[in-house]
Design a protein around this ligand. Structure first.
Ligand SMILES: [Zn+2]
Length: 672
């Protein structure tokens, strides 16, 4: 996902409607007639099509002893979803939908009740188990609880069909289904965005990440002036009585509940095939764009760029994971994009947005995070996909600048971790923190690449991770284990500080030059007390007075270090990390040996520190700072001496810096 959240209060002002209790008393005659028609029309297509057409994923059963967090009801863990069949009537003027969801599942435990998730905004009209209508069910607190006539046998499959109608998710940013107008193009669109917990806003589901359905069919009935996009292959468009069309989309790849989608509008199709030597065949790129000739004219290049990106990522990671079906886009005023499997929903075709959502097809869709605490697997990687696209298809300089901006944003969260703490794992705003999950997440991958210093190992790690966890779920720790294996070294320290730890390193570099060498004093502290020190490599660029420069790579393995670099050429400037490889904040002080310029007394000092100037005569800025570079005293003076009153300082080491004209003189002083 790459969308800008609306104001937080949009979300807070959208409480769920009062919970409704239905014991099947509110059945509506008109709806009955509609339902019977649909049952006759669709039951053979969905219920009787049977499992042979639905290949099982390699990881179709999630482990019962590893109970995922944030499960709405523990009964959801008593079955494994094999197939979703969603059949809905949808329009482009409201979020009103009506229809049913079929769930084919396998019983994993003793089930006194069959429990599914569906927003309480909807009215449940009727419920069927294995084709037989059941009278006893409740719909309360977004859960449909069905009393089965005969409990499913453990290990055997059963089907449930739930008919419902209503208007869901009308408010707020995190709404599962929305109806909005794209103001720039005057197009009205109904679309879904279910990540992370809002599939229940439009279909009957089980919102548990490790339980991917093995396949899905989505039937969307719309007015004949509309088109409806969804996942997988468009199996057919049937004309129905009353000027309706029914789009049938089907996917036979495993899919997480929140990656199913619909988008309905006055679209036109603009599609083409992408060829890549890394794919077994040409891949259909199917785009549902606004039905306005101007739209295609203005966006053709952006849409066409998808082909080069498919080729790039198929080369860097593994071949596009859903190559037997397609990749596509549906336009919607979504404020960014959402990586619905094989059919991204997005609001435009900017290069980095298309790249981001496409990268998700590997990281997020093919390999999904095992819990929302590991959203890094989605957003850190997809954001890094933007970097990789710029690096390969635009210019290394554009990529470097992108990373510089990513660092700037990550630096706004000095206390945050990329890993989502347990207590925040239900908070969408924390999960989708742009600074932490996206930008710092991308910076982490870039730093792993830097630490490895070997692109072939880096991309082999990404490929192996894709192969190992294809169609399944994984954690950040799983990625680390693949990295350890491929690289042959233990990255535990890296993940402790950068993934689970908080903040980033802050450096104070003080450097000076003698006749034959350049000396750099490095003081490092963490921006957060949670992670006081970061072990890292770092590049220092030395710019020569005579022009030109050189790069020196150092290893920071201690919070206080002094390094000596043999160097006879006069250096004018030291620039830490010019390539934007390492997330860090730094201050650089050039120390001109101050012995002939000033004298401090006493040193160590107590209540007062006296400074006597031996040279210079201009206006001086006198600064006293601590080891973290925090300025404690700042004074201006042009006299030959100055006294700092230091009674309130605690014991320790301080820096006295004097700026006069273009020169800076620094000396260390100690409070006793
Ligand atoms: Zn994303």
């Amino acid at each position: 996902m790459n969308v800008e959240p609306h104001r937080r209060d949009d979300y807070n002002n959208s409480p769920r409607p009062p919970v409704l209790l239905f014991l099947n008393q509110a059945f509506n005659l008109r709806m009955t007639r509609f339902l019977i028609i649909i049952i006759v029309a669709c039951s053979t297509a969905v219920l009787r099509a049977g499992p042979p057409d639905w290949p099982c994923s390699r990881h179709s059963m999630f482990p019962m002893n590893d109970v995922p967090t944030h499960v709405r009801d523990s009964s959801l863990l008593l079955y494994d979803v094999n197939h979703y069949g969603i059949s809905l009537e949808v329009n482009d003027t409201s979020t009103f939908i009506s229809g049913y969801t079929d769930i084919l599942a396998t019983a994993l435990g003793q089930m006194e009740e069959l429990v599914f998730e569906l927003s309480s905004s909807y009215q449940v009209d009727s419920v069927f188990q294995d084709g037989e209508r059941l009278e006893s069910f409740t719909h309360l607190a977004d859960l449909v609880r069905i009393t089965p006539r005969v409990p499913p046998v453990i290990g055997e499959k059963f089907t449930v069909r739930v008919y419902y109608h209503g208007e869901g998710g009308q408010n707020g940013f995190f709404a599962g289904i929305s109806n909005r107008t794209d103001l720039a193009w005057g197009q009205r669109v109904t679309y879904t965005l279910s990540e992370p917990f809002l599939s229940l806003d439009w279909f009957v589901c089980k919102q548990v990440l490790p339980d991917k359905a093995d396949s899905a069919d989505v039937f969307l009935t719309v007015g004949d002036s509309l088109m409806a996009g969804s996942n997988g292959i468009l199996a057919g468009v049937d004309s129905l009585p009353g000027g309706k069309l029914r789009y049938h989309w089907k996917t036979r790849y495993p899919v997480a509940y929140y990656l199913l989608s619909l988008a309905v509008s006055r679209y036109r199709e603009y599609s083409f095939y992408a060829d890549s030597e890394f794919l077994p065949d040409s891949l259909l790129i199917q785009n549902y764009i606004y039905d306005d000739p101007q739209y295609l004219e203005q966006n053709r290049d952006g849409i066409d760029a998808t082909a080069a990106l498919i080729d790039l990522y198929s080369r860097l990671f593994v071949p596009y994971p859903f190559f037997r079906e397609k990749y596509g886009h549906c336009l919607a005023p979504i404020g960014g994009g959402m990586e619905h499997q094989t059919m991204t929903t997005l609001n435009g075709f900017s290069f980095t947005l298309v790249a981001h959502e496409l990268t998700h097809q590997w990281f997020g869709d093919n390999v999904t995070c095992a819990s929302w605490q590991d959203i890094w697997i989605h957003e850190g990687f997809a954001s890094y996909g933007e970097y990789l696209a710029l690096e390969a298809l635009v210019s290394p300089e554009a990529a470097r600048e992108w990373m510089g901006r990513a660092h700037e944003m990550a630096l706004t969260e000095p206390e945050g971790s990329v890993y989502i703490p347990e207590e925040d794992a239900g908070d969408e705003y924390r999960i989708f923190s742009a600074a932490l999950s996206y930008k710092k997440g991308a910076a982490l991958l870039h730093m792993i690449r830097y630490e490895l210093g070997n692109d072939s190992l880096f991309f082999r790690t990404l490929s192996e991770f894709q192969l190992r966890y294809a169609d399944s779920v994984a954690t950040g720790r799983d990625f680390m284990e693949v990295l350890n294996e491929i690289s042959g070294s233990d990255f535990g320290w890296f993940f402790d500080q950068w993934y689970f730890g908080q903040g980033f390193p802050e450096f104070l570099f003080t450097w000076w030059q003698s006749a034959d060498s350049l000396v750099v004093e490095i003081i490092q502290s963490g921006s957060s007390p949670g992670t006081p020190f970061f072990r890292t490599g770092l590049d220092l660029e030395l710019q020569f007075e005579s022009g030109g420069d050189t790069l020196v790579r150092i290893r920071c393995d201690s919070p206080l270090m002094t390094i000596r670099i043999p160097m006879e050429i006069p250096v004018a400037k030291l620039v830490p990390d010019p390539g934007n490889w390492v997330l860090q904040r730094s201050e650089v002080i050039r120390k001109i040996v101050s012995a002939g310029y000033l004298k401090v007394s006493p040193n160590p000092f107590g209540e007062e520190l006296n400074i006597r100037f031996l040279a210079g005569a201009g206006d001086r800025e006198i600064i006293l700072s601590d080891l973290n570079g925090r300025i404690l005293e700042r004074h201006f003076s042009s006299s030959g001496s100055y006294t700092l009153h230091t009674g309130e300082l605690v014991q320790g080491l301080y820096f006295l810096k004097v700026n006069e004209g273009k020169e800076t003189y620094t000396t260390r002083v100690v409070r006793q």
